[in-house]
Ligand binder design. Structure first.
Ligand SMILES: CC(C)(COP(=O)(O)OP(=O)(O)OC[C@H]1O[C@@H](n2cnc3c(N)ncnc32)[C@H](O)[C@@H]1OP(=O)(O)O)[C@@H](O)C(=O)NCCC(=O)NCCS
Length: 180
């Protein structure tokens, strides 16, 4: 029987080990039948200033603006999915957090996205955050369906939010209310 991937928190010290995973998964956006899902497809994840920025955010306590937390799903020792939570930008909205998620193409459609989402939601509840916010590209049906089935509601719609490869991409803003 196949062992399901294990979900582990990745800290500032472990971040560089998962860079090849991020480089691969980002490059898939908008290619080979995958819908565009990020405005950062061509980011150089190996750039030292980018690595340092993420590592410093991962090291920040939750009381500081700018913190980030990252969980990666490992199939054996191979990273195959991630979810991250990030602080909002202002002292006045620290009750809200931002979420991002991706699964390796080889591991989509097997329930891992839902598992990672539930993991992050549980963490957010345990840490008493009130809302989880995210943005999803209009054409990204798999992600939108996943969020809807977890109770996320649409909070906004930004037409022509990004332009990638000459394509105009709308962004749907969604939020999960954790207050009840
Ligand atoms: C969106 C994504 C994270 C879903 O992860 P996944 O592991 O494939 O999803 P799961 O197998 O856990 O499926 C969970 C639910 O998502 C929805 N879903 C998944 N794939 C779908 C598809 N191809 N079409 C429609 N709905 C889909 C379904 O509601 C599914 O529940 P069900 O299996 O009970 O029907 C994954 O497709 C992915 O990484 N895509 C590229 C990156 C991305 O889009 N990130 C989100 C940016 S906002």
């Amino acid at each position: 029987m196949q062992v399901p991937p294990t979900i582990r928190a990745v800290s500032s010290t472990g971040y560089e080990e998962v860079l090849p995973y991020f480089a691969t998964v980002l490059r898939e956006s908008g290619r080979d039948g995958v819908p565009h899902f990020t405005p950062n497809r061509d980011r150089d994840v190996y750039a030292p200033d980018w690595i340092e920025r993420i590592r410093s955010r991962l090291a920040l306590p939750l009381e500081h603006l700018g913190w980030m937390r990252l969980w990666v799903a490992f199939d054996g020792e191979v990273p195959v999915g991630n979810v991250d939570c990030r602080a909002s930008e202002h002292a006045a909205d620290t009750h809200r957090i931002q979420l991002g998620i991706a699964i390796s193409r080889s591991h989509r459609g097997r329930g891992l996205g839902r598992r990672l989402m539930l993991h992050a939601i549980e963490w957010a509840r345990a840490n008493r955050f009130a809302w989880i916010d995210l943005g999803v590209f209009g054409g990204n049906r798999p992600a939108r369906t996943l969020y809807e089935t977890l109770g996320f509601k649409q909070t906004g719609y930004i037409e022509d939010r990004f332009r990638i490869d000459g394509e105009r991409i709308d962004e749907v803003l969604m939020a999960l209310d954790l207050r009840q």
